[in-house]
Design a protein around this ligand. Structure first.
Ligand code: BEZ
Length: 369
Protein backbone atom coordinates (compact mmCIF):
# COMPACT_ATOMS: atom_id res chain seq x y z
CA UNK A 1 0.00 0.00 0.00
CA UNK A 2 1.28 3.50 -0.82
CA UNK A 3 2.79 5.23 2.17
CA UNK A 4 0.41 7.74 3.71
CA UNK A 5 1.90 11.07 4.63
CA UNK A 6 0.49 14.12 6.25
CA UNK A 7 1.60 17.37 4.68
CA UNK A 8 0.92 20.76 6.17
CA UNK A 9 0.78 23.33 3.46
CA UNK A 10 1.16 27.03 4.04
CA UNK A 11 1.24 29.68 1.37
CA UNK A 12 3.42 32.22 3.18
CA UNK A 13 6.71 30.68 4.26
CA UNK A 14 8.80 32.81 6.65
CA UNK A 15 12.54 32.73 6.02
CA UNK A 16 14.50 30.52 8.37
CA UNK A 17 17.22 32.31 10.36
CA UNK A 18 20.22 32.84 8.08
CA UNK A 19 18.32 31.69 4.99
CA UNK A 20 18.73 33.80 1.88
CA UNK A 21 15.66 34.53 -0.25
CA UNK A 22 17.25 32.43 -3.04
CA UNK A 23 17.68 29.43 -0.73
CA UNK A 24 14.11 29.87 0.51
CA UNK A 25 12.88 29.92 -3.08
CA UNK A 26 14.83 26.78 -3.89
CA UNK A 27 13.44 25.01 -0.83
CA UNK A 28 9.94 26.08 -1.77
CA UNK A 29 10.43 24.83 -5.31
CA UNK A 30 11.72 21.49 -4.00
CA UNK A 31 8.69 21.18 -1.72
CA UNK A 32 6.38 22.08 -4.58
CA UNK A 33 7.89 19.46 -6.88
CA UNK A 34 7.34 16.92 -4.13
CA UNK A 35 3.74 18.03 -3.74
CA UNK A 36 3.20 17.95 -7.49
CA UNK A 37 4.07 14.25 -7.41
CA UNK A 38 1.06 13.68 -5.22
CA UNK A 39 0.73 13.03 -1.52
CA UNK A 40 -1.63 10.31 -0.43
CA UNK A 41 -3.68 10.74 2.73
CA UNK A 42 -6.39 8.81 4.51
CA UNK A 43 -9.15 10.02 6.79
CA UNK A 44 -11.66 8.17 8.92
CA UNK A 45 -15.33 8.83 8.31
CA UNK A 46 -18.52 7.33 9.78
CA UNK A 47 -18.56 4.97 6.77
CA UNK A 48 -14.94 3.85 6.96
CA UNK A 49 -11.65 5.22 5.83
CA UNK A 50 -11.20 7.07 2.54
CA UNK A 51 -7.98 7.71 0.65
CA UNK A 52 -7.17 10.70 -1.54
CA UNK A 53 -4.12 12.14 -3.26
CA UNK A 54 -3.29 15.82 -3.38
CA UNK A 55 -1.30 17.47 -6.17
CA UNK A 56 -0.14 21.08 -6.25
CA UNK A 57 -0.47 23.69 -3.54
CA UNK A 58 -3.65 25.40 -2.36
CA UNK A 59 -4.23 28.77 -4.00
CA UNK A 60 -5.88 31.41 -1.82
CA UNK A 61 -9.47 32.16 -2.82
CA UNK A 62 -9.57 29.38 -5.37
CA UNK A 63 -11.54 26.16 -5.18
CA UNK A 64 -9.76 22.83 -5.25
CA UNK A 65 -10.28 20.63 -8.27
CA UNK A 66 -11.80 17.52 -6.76
CA UNK A 67 -12.12 14.34 -8.82
CA UNK A 68 -14.09 11.13 -8.33
CA UNK A 69 -13.47 8.14 -10.60
CA UNK A 70 -15.84 5.53 -12.02
CA UNK A 71 -16.32 1.85 -11.12
CA UNK A 72 -13.46 -0.41 -12.24
CA UNK A 73 -11.02 2.51 -12.19
CA UNK A 74 -9.00 4.45 -9.66
CA UNK A 75 -7.89 8.07 -9.80
CA UNK A 76 -4.88 7.27 -11.95
CA UNK A 77 -6.57 4.97 -14.48
CA UNK A 78 -9.51 7.38 -14.71
CA UNK A 79 -7.81 10.79 -14.76
CA UNK A 80 -4.05 10.56 -15.36
CA UNK A 81 -4.21 10.95 -19.18
CA UNK A 82 -6.34 14.09 -18.74
CA UNK A 83 -4.31 15.71 -15.98
CA UNK A 84 -1.02 14.78 -17.62
CA UNK A 85 -2.08 16.27 -20.94
CA UNK A 86 0.25 19.08 -22.03
CA UNK A 87 -2.27 21.90 -22.35
CA UNK A 88 -3.94 20.90 -19.09
CA UNK A 89 -0.84 22.03 -17.16
CA UNK A 90 -1.63 25.67 -17.81
CA UNK A 91 -5.03 25.24 -16.18
CA UNK A 92 -4.21 22.99 -13.25
CA UNK A 93 -1.18 24.96 -12.14
CA UNK A 94 -3.75 27.46 -10.85
CA UNK A 95 -5.49 24.92 -8.61
CA UNK A 96 -4.73 22.36 -5.97
CA UNK A 97 -6.12 18.96 -7.01
CA UNK A 98 -7.65 16.34 -4.76
CA UNK A 99 -8.22 12.90 -6.27
CA UNK A 100 -10.43 10.71 -4.11
CA UNK A 101 -10.60 6.96 -4.38
CA UNK A 102 -13.66 4.96 -3.45
CA UNK A 103 -12.83 2.67 -0.50
CA UNK A 104 -10.84 -0.37 -1.54
CA UNK A 105 -9.86 1.06 -4.94
CA UNK A 106 -6.51 2.56 -3.96
CA UNK A 107 -3.31 0.82 -5.07
CA UNK A 108 -2.55 -2.13 -2.81
CA UNK A 109 -5.91 -1.96 -1.00
CA UNK A 110 -6.60 -5.18 0.90
CA UNK A 111 -9.69 -7.13 -0.08
CA UNK A 112 -12.58 -6.38 2.28
CA UNK A 113 -13.59 -9.28 4.51
CA UNK A 114 -16.58 -11.38 3.52
CA UNK A 115 -19.81 -9.70 4.63
CA UNK A 116 -18.27 -6.21 4.63
CA UNK A 117 -21.01 -3.63 4.11
CA UNK A 118 -19.71 -1.41 1.31
CA UNK A 119 -21.00 2.19 1.51
CA UNK A 120 -23.88 3.19 -0.74
CA UNK A 121 -23.20 5.97 -3.27
CA UNK A 122 -25.03 8.38 -0.92
CA UNK A 123 -22.72 7.35 1.91
CA UNK A 124 -19.67 7.76 -0.35
CA UNK A 125 -20.87 11.33 -0.97
CA UNK A 126 -21.24 11.82 2.78
CA UNK A 127 -17.57 10.90 3.24
CA UNK A 128 -16.45 13.97 1.26
CA UNK A 129 -16.88 16.59 4.04
CA UNK A 130 -14.31 14.75 6.20
CA UNK A 131 -11.76 15.12 3.38
CA UNK A 132 -12.44 18.83 2.93
CA UNK A 133 -12.34 19.40 6.66
CA UNK A 134 -9.00 17.59 6.93
CA UNK A 135 -7.53 19.71 4.14
CA UNK A 136 -9.28 22.87 5.33
CA UNK A 137 -10.66 23.48 1.83
CA UNK A 138 -13.91 25.39 1.66
CA UNK A 139 -14.97 25.03 -2.00
CA UNK A 140 -14.38 22.70 -4.94
CA UNK A 141 -14.85 22.27 -8.66
CA UNK A 142 -15.87 18.62 -8.99
CA UNK A 143 -14.87 16.42 -11.91
CA UNK A 144 -16.55 13.02 -11.87
CA UNK A 145 -17.02 10.10 -14.21
CA UNK A 146 -19.94 7.63 -14.05
CA UNK A 147 -20.38 6.60 -10.41
CA UNK A 148 -18.02 9.45 -9.45
CA UNK A 149 -20.23 11.94 -11.30
CA UNK A 150 -23.26 10.66 -9.39
CA UNK A 151 -21.42 10.88 -6.04
CA UNK A 152 -20.27 14.45 -6.67
CA UNK A 153 -23.80 15.45 -7.75
CA UNK A 154 -25.25 13.95 -4.59
CA UNK A 155 -22.64 15.85 -2.57
CA UNK A 156 -23.48 19.07 -4.44
CA UNK A 157 -27.21 18.65 -3.74
CA UNK A 158 -26.60 18.54 -0.01
CA UNK A 159 -23.67 21.01 0.02
CA UNK A 160 -24.55 23.63 -2.61
CA UNK A 161 -22.33 26.28 -1.03
CA UNK A 162 -19.25 24.09 -1.29
CA UNK A 163 -19.48 23.17 -4.97
CA UNK A 164 -18.61 26.00 -7.36
CA UNK A 165 -18.81 23.93 -10.52
CA UNK A 166 -19.23 20.37 -11.74
CA UNK A 167 -17.91 18.51 -14.77
CA UNK A 168 -20.00 15.35 -15.01
CA UNK A 169 -18.93 12.72 -17.51
CA UNK A 170 -21.32 9.81 -18.24
CA UNK A 171 -23.70 10.64 -15.42
CA UNK A 172 -26.83 8.56 -14.98
CA UNK A 173 -29.03 10.38 -12.48
CA UNK A 174 -31.69 7.66 -12.40
CA UNK A 175 -31.92 4.56 -10.29
CA UNK A 176 -32.11 1.35 -12.29
CA UNK A 177 -35.68 0.67 -13.36
CA UNK A 178 -37.11 -2.85 -13.50
CA UNK A 179 -36.28 -3.11 -17.21
CA UNK A 180 -32.65 -2.22 -16.46
CA UNK A 181 -32.61 -4.78 -13.68
CA UNK A 182 -34.00 -7.46 -15.97
CA UNK A 183 -31.36 -6.66 -18.58
CA UNK A 184 -28.68 -6.58 -15.87
CA UNK A 185 -29.76 -10.00 -14.56
CA UNK A 186 -29.80 -11.46 -18.06
CA UNK A 187 -26.33 -10.10 -18.82
CA UNK A 188 -25.16 -11.46 -15.49
CA UNK A 189 -26.10 -14.97 -16.63
CA UNK A 190 -23.65 -14.90 -19.48
CA UNK A 191 -21.06 -12.30 -18.46
CA UNK A 192 -18.51 -12.05 -15.68
CA UNK A 193 -18.31 -8.99 -13.41
CA UNK A 194 -15.26 -7.60 -15.29
CA UNK A 195 -17.13 -7.98 -18.59
CA UNK A 196 -20.16 -6.15 -17.17
CA UNK A 197 -17.95 -3.34 -15.88
CA UNK A 198 -16.18 -3.10 -19.25
CA UNK A 199 -19.63 -2.82 -20.85
CA UNK A 200 -20.36 0.05 -18.46
CA UNK A 201 -17.14 1.86 -19.34
CA UNK A 202 -16.88 1.30 -23.09
CA UNK A 203 -19.23 1.05 -26.07
CA UNK A 204 -19.80 -2.33 -27.74
CA UNK A 205 -17.93 -1.05 -30.81
CA UNK A 206 -14.93 -0.21 -28.67
CA UNK A 207 -15.04 -3.57 -26.92
CA UNK A 208 -15.13 -5.48 -30.16
CA UNK A 209 -12.56 -3.15 -31.76
CA UNK A 210 -9.77 -4.35 -29.46
CA UNK A 211 -7.93 -1.05 -29.47
CA UNK A 212 -4.74 -0.89 -27.45
CA UNK A 213 -6.51 1.29 -24.87
CA UNK A 214 -9.46 -1.05 -24.40
CA UNK A 215 -7.12 -4.04 -24.23
CA UNK A 216 -5.08 -2.30 -21.52
CA UNK A 217 -8.18 -1.52 -19.44
CA UNK A 218 -9.53 -5.03 -19.99
CA UNK A 219 -6.27 -6.42 -18.57
CA UNK A 220 -6.33 -4.01 -15.63
CA UNK A 221 -9.89 -4.94 -14.66
CA UNK A 222 -9.68 -8.68 -15.41
CA UNK A 223 -6.51 -9.02 -13.32
CA UNK A 224 -7.32 -6.52 -10.58
CA UNK A 225 -6.10 -7.88 -7.23
CA UNK A 226 -9.01 -6.04 -5.57
CA UNK A 227 -11.71 -7.39 -7.91
CA UNK A 228 -13.92 -8.31 -4.93
CA UNK A 229 -13.81 -4.66 -3.78
CA UNK A 230 -14.59 -3.48 -7.29
CA UNK A 231 -17.62 -5.77 -7.33
CA UNK A 232 -18.85 -4.17 -4.08
CA UNK A 233 -18.53 -0.67 -5.58
CA UNK A 234 -20.30 -1.96 -8.74
CA UNK A 235 -23.18 -3.27 -6.58
CA UNK A 236 -23.47 0.10 -4.83
CA UNK A 237 -23.57 1.81 -8.21
CA UNK A 238 -26.32 -0.49 -9.45
CA UNK A 239 -28.32 0.11 -6.27
CA UNK A 240 -28.11 3.90 -6.54
CA UNK A 241 -31.20 5.97 -5.84
CA UNK A 242 -32.72 8.40 -8.23
CA UNK A 243 -31.09 11.84 -7.88
CA UNK A 244 -34.56 13.36 -8.49
CA UNK A 245 -33.24 16.42 -10.25
CA UNK A 246 -35.98 18.95 -10.87
CA UNK A 247 -35.44 21.70 -13.36
CA UNK A 248 -37.47 24.17 -11.32
CA UNK A 249 -37.17 23.34 -7.67
CA UNK A 250 -34.79 22.88 -4.81
CA UNK A 251 -33.60 19.45 -6.00
CA UNK A 252 -31.32 20.82 -8.63
CA UNK A 253 -27.66 21.63 -9.04
CA UNK A 254 -27.12 25.28 -8.22
CA UNK A 255 -23.65 25.61 -9.69
CA UNK A 256 -22.46 25.74 -13.33
CA UNK A 257 -22.44 22.21 -14.74
CA UNK A 258 -20.74 20.80 -17.82
CA UNK A 259 -22.27 17.48 -18.84
CA UNK A 260 -20.02 15.40 -21.07
CA UNK A 261 -20.69 12.21 -22.98
CA UNK A 262 -19.16 10.54 -25.98
CA UNK A 263 -21.47 9.94 -28.90
CA UNK A 264 -22.22 6.22 -29.05
CA UNK A 265 -21.16 5.94 -25.42
CA UNK A 266 -23.16 3.54 -23.23
CA UNK A 267 -24.54 6.48 -21.22
CA UNK A 268 -25.48 8.81 -24.05
CA UNK A 269 -29.25 8.62 -23.43
CA UNK A 270 -28.82 8.90 -19.67
CA UNK A 271 -26.79 12.12 -19.99
CA UNK A 272 -29.31 13.55 -22.45
CA UNK A 273 -32.04 12.86 -19.90
CA UNK A 274 -30.00 14.41 -17.11
CA UNK A 275 -29.50 17.50 -19.27
CA UNK A 276 -33.26 17.81 -19.65
CA UNK A 277 -33.65 17.88 -15.85
CA UNK A 278 -31.04 20.54 -15.04
CA UNK A 279 -31.26 24.32 -15.10
CA UNK A 280 -30.52 25.31 -18.72
CA UNK A 281 -29.01 28.63 -17.64
CA UNK A 282 -26.35 26.80 -15.66
CA UNK A 283 -25.77 23.71 -17.76
CA UNK A 284 -23.69 23.07 -20.84
CA UNK A 285 -23.96 19.77 -22.59
CA UNK A 286 -21.03 18.49 -24.55
CA UNK A 287 -21.44 15.49 -26.79
CA UNK A 288 -18.05 14.48 -28.05
CA UNK A 289 -17.51 12.78 -31.35
CA UNK A 290 -15.04 9.93 -31.73
CA UNK A 291 -14.51 9.61 -28.04
CA UNK A 292 -16.18 6.32 -27.11
CA UNK A 293 -17.17 5.69 -23.52
CA UNK A 294 -14.26 7.45 -21.81
CA UNK A 295 -13.67 10.89 -23.35
CA UNK A 296 -11.19 11.83 -20.63
CA UNK A 297 -8.97 8.95 -21.80
CA UNK A 298 -9.48 9.10 -25.54
CA UNK A 299 -9.87 12.84 -26.13
CA UNK A 300 -7.93 14.61 -23.37
CA UNK A 301 -7.10 17.53 -25.67
CA UNK A 302 -10.70 18.34 -26.47
CA UNK A 303 -11.80 17.88 -22.90
CA UNK A 304 -8.95 20.09 -21.69
CA UNK A 305 -10.13 22.86 -23.95
CA UNK A 306 -13.74 22.49 -22.82
CA UNK A 307 -12.57 22.51 -19.21
CA UNK A 308 -10.56 25.65 -19.79
CA UNK A 309 -13.63 27.48 -21.07
CA UNK A 310 -15.68 26.14 -18.20
CA UNK A 311 -13.19 27.42 -15.65
CA UNK A 312 -12.90 30.74 -17.49
CA UNK A 313 -16.68 31.01 -17.47
CA UNK A 314 -16.49 30.75 -13.69
CA UNK A 315 -14.07 33.67 -13.69
CA UNK A 316 -10.94 31.79 -12.70
CA UNK A 317 -8.72 32.15 -15.74
CA UNK A 318 -8.59 35.37 -17.65
CA UNK A 319 -8.92 34.86 -21.40
CA UNK A 320 -5.44 36.38 -21.65
CA UNK A 321 -4.31 33.00 -20.32
CA UNK A 322 -5.54 31.39 -23.56
CA UNK A 323 -3.27 28.62 -24.52
CA UNK A 324 -1.24 28.25 -27.63
CA UNK A 325 -3.83 25.61 -28.50
CA UNK A 326 -6.79 27.92 -28.77
CA UNK A 327 -4.85 30.84 -30.23
CA UNK A 328 -3.21 28.84 -32.94
CA UNK A 329 -5.90 26.50 -34.07
CA UNK A 330 -8.84 27.30 -36.23
CA UNK A 331 -11.86 26.04 -34.45
CA UNK A 332 -15.33 25.49 -35.71
CA UNK A 333 -18.25 25.16 -33.46
CA UNK A 334 -21.57 23.60 -34.20
CA UNK A 335 -24.08 24.73 -31.67
CA UNK A 336 -27.58 23.36 -31.49
CA UNK A 337 -29.28 25.79 -29.20
CA UNK A 338 -32.57 24.99 -27.63
CA UNK A 339 -35.51 25.58 -29.86
CA UNK A 340 -38.18 24.96 -27.26
CA UNK A 341 -36.49 27.17 -24.72
CA UNK A 342 -36.52 24.25 -22.36
CA UNK A 343 -33.23 22.57 -23.06
CA UNK A 344 -29.72 23.58 -22.26
CA UNK A 345 -27.32 24.66 -24.88
CA UNK A 346 -25.82 21.70 -26.63
CA UNK A 347 -22.40 21.84 -28.11
CA UNK A 348 -21.81 19.06 -30.56
CA UNK A 349 -18.32 18.76 -31.68
CA UNK A 350 -17.03 17.01 -34.72
CA UNK A 351 -13.70 15.29 -34.94
CA UNK A 352 -12.41 17.91 -37.36
CA UNK A 353 -13.33 20.87 -35.23
CA UNK A 354 -11.10 19.89 -32.39
CA UNK A 355 -12.44 22.50 -30.04
CA UNK A 356 -15.17 22.07 -27.53
CA UNK A 357 -16.12 25.29 -25.85
CA UNK A 358 -18.42 25.29 -22.93
CA UNK A 359 -17.56 27.92 -20.34
CA UNK A 360 -20.30 30.22 -19.34
CA UNK A 361 -23.38 28.06 -19.54
CA UNK A 362 -26.13 29.19 -21.81
CA UNK A 363 -23.88 31.55 -23.70
CA UNK A 364 -22.23 31.01 -27.02
CA UNK A 365 -18.51 31.21 -26.83
CA UNK A 366 -16.48 32.22 -29.80
CA UNK A 367 -13.43 30.14 -30.49
CA UNK A 368 -11.32 31.23 -33.34
CA UNK A 369 -7.76 31.34 -34.47
C1 BEZ B 1 -2.66 15.87 -11.22
O1 BEZ B 1 -1.67 16.52 -11.54
O2 BEZ B 1 -3.63 16.38 -10.65
C2 BEZ B 1 -2.68 14.40 -11.50
C3 BEZ B 1 -1.49 13.74 -11.73
C4 BEZ B 1 -1.52 12.37 -11.96
C5 BEZ B 1 -2.71 11.67 -11.97
C6 BEZ B 1 -3.90 12.35 -11.77
C7 BEZ B 1 -3.87 13.71 -11.53
Amino acid sequence: MAELQEVHITEEKPLLPGQTPEAAKEAELAARILLDQGQTHSVETPYGSVTFTVYGTPKPKRPAIFTYHDVGLNYKTCFKPLFDFGDMQEIIKNFVRVHVEAPGMEDGAPVFPLGYQYPSLDQLADMIPAILQYLNFSTIIGVGVGAGAYILSRFALSNPDVVEGLVLINIDCNAKGWMDWAAHKLTGLTSSIPEMILGHLFSQEELSGHSELVQRYRDIIMHAPNLENIELFWNSYNNRRDLHFERRGDATLKCPVMLVVGDQAPYEDAVVECNSKLDPTKTSFLKMADSGGQPQLTQPGKLTEAFKYFVQGMGYMASSCMTRLSRSRTASLTSRASIDGGRSRTVSQSSESGTVPSGSPGHTMEVSC
